[in-house]
Design a protein around this ligand. Sequence first.
Ligand SMILES: *Cc1c(COP(=O)(O)O)cnc(C)c1O
Length: 394
Amino acid sequence: MSEKSEQQVGLGPIPFYKPSVSEEEIAAVVDTLRSGWLTMGPKTRLFEERFATEVGASHAIAVSSATAGLHLGLDAMDLQPGDEVLVPTITFASTAATVVHAGAIPVLVDCEADTLNMDVDDAARKCGPRTKAIVPVHLAGHPCEMDRIAALAAERGLRVMEDAAHALPASYRGRSVGSISELTVFSFYATKNLTTGEGGMVTTDNAELADRIRMRRLHGMSRDAWKRYRSDGSWRYDVAYPGFKYNTTDVAAALGLVQLDRLAAMQERRMAIARRYMAALADCREIELPAVRPEIGHAWHLFIVRMNHDMLTIHRDAVIEAMTAAGVGTSVHFIPLHVHSYYRDRFGYNDARLPEASRQWERMISLPLFPALSDADVDRVAATLVGIVERNRR
Ligand SMILES: *Cc1c(COP(=O)(O)O)cnc(C)c1O
């Protein structure tokens, strides 16, 4: 890997992400459009059944987004004003925004230095008399310490809802993510490992909770509204709760069903790309590679490297700028919640209260990782990064 490869002319830019949609998905969507049933219906039911089987859960409820699923999960817990929910500070906005929407207070938790996942010791420290739930996020697709989280939850009487937006398919000590905790929420947003454009799924083994979420997903009506429009359906319904409009559509489900068929193959490719990055960057001491614990199966949604600033004359931000200039798209996952104005102003969070995450996020860069990325693309991304680092060694 020389500087030459990053300066080769005539090579197109490598985007940070490109969705993997084949002719099969396109045909399935067109079929559904021709079927006369567009919104939630038989395709959604099939998608839910197949997804539940895929992750080993008793129930799967399809929703319009992971954000909707997180909100429904918290809403189903019937939290009271002043109740607290533990959320990692390194996550996407909606993990905590939905806690606010559910009328509770998000309590931000620091991260582990190696995996960047929620630090369970810090979660335990921040657990108080009003703490009702914990929402671990499997950052980049690396599952959190679920045994320790389950033990903390049992000890303190907390509900557990996993934000598995990055973690399909992933496993922890041989168990599939989606079958471990009381509630798990997946995202099918355009950039995620399985996409329906927009969409999400809630999984649970608790039948009562599944019924509640299913009902609240569609206006709080006592029976699935779609049944009302079948020829044998009755026009009668009852509103038993002020529910939400968080259902998905059969158009999205048709896309999801094909994506589910392709998931194993897409995952193979993600793993091969991750291995190739690991090998290509292994000798570069200025770059810290992602930690992978032996007891987990990684979904490889993201490949997050970290800059060892003490060995470099430039900051992460300048590395990102140089990558962009060389035609390689990158991103940062995530700017921690405590850095954002809402969380600073409303709850008084600052770097001192979340020291590890404050140190780590400044070093993070997410590299392109999607199934259509070729080996040559991966090599070019790695060579570009190594070239930038080598020219800016301390
Ligand atoms: C993408 C994402 C979400 C939100 O997913 P949507 O389906 O877009 O609502 C939530 N949490 C994390 C960690 C995410 O990356």
